[in-house]
Write a protein that binds this ligand. Structure first.
Ligand SMILES: CC(C)(COP(=O)(O)OP(=O)(O)OC[C@H]1O[C@@H](n2cnc3c(N)ncnc32)[C@H](O)[C@@H]1OP(=O)(O)O)[C@@H](O)C(=O)NCCC(=O)NCCS
Length: 145
């Protein structure tokens, strides 16, 4: 199992497929809705954790949301692999990249069900934020790096 960045078109296809499967398909969202306009931006850092058989089991991304601040988005772990430390590894990898870029703070908008995961990783809830698809409350969370 190894952490890496997607490089090839096949890597990106698997990366977006996992995002879609975990974060969009269960709410009947159309394919393509898992992509963000700034995904192709060279400053956006994409991470994936690949199992020994080549399966992409965890993904996440980082972009600078301020001069000193990074934002984590689209964290997703394959349902068969959740609860085995994969999410923690992806998040740590993104935070390491943020520190490497000189960022001192990390923020994210967590789904309510994921709040305990981020608290375990040292994040604190700042305030409630948006509700996705009319049903998933989110919370703005923050951590100093
Ligand atoms: C949230 C998610 C990314 C976490 O990844 P994961 O691989 O399942 O989590 P990990 O196994 O790395 O968990 C790390 C720690 O957080 C804890 N944790 C994870 N999810 C938790 C939860 N829902 N409630 C309480 N604790 C949780 C784990 O017990 C573990 O603690 P430990 O180190 O004491 O054992 C993943 O479950 C997921 O993709 N969920 C569905 C999509 C989603 O909600 N994504 C986040 C959008 S903001």
């Amino acid at each position: 199992m190894h952490l890496t960045q997607p490089h090839t078109p096949a890597d990106f296809a698997a990366y977006y497929q996992l995002r879609y499967q975990v974060l969009r398909q269960p709410w009947n969202q159309p394919e393509g809705s898992e992509r963000a306009d700034d995904d192709p931006d060279p400053a956006t850092f994409h991470a994936m954790l690949v199992a020994d058989d080549g399966t992409v089991v965890g993904v996440g991304r980082l972009h600078a949301s301020g001069p000193q601040q990074g934002q984590m988005r689209y964290m997703a772990v394959h349902p068969d692999w959740q609860g085995q430390g994969i999410g923690q590894q992806v998040l740590t990898y993104l935070e390491a990249e943020a520190r490497r870029r000189g960022l001192t703070e990390s923020i994210l908008h967590a789904r309510q069900a994921a709040v305990p995961f981020y608290e375990r990783a040292g994040y604190s809830v700042v305030a409630p934020s948006h509700t996705l698809f009319g049903t998933i409350p989110h919370f703005l969370m923050q951590k100093y790096l």
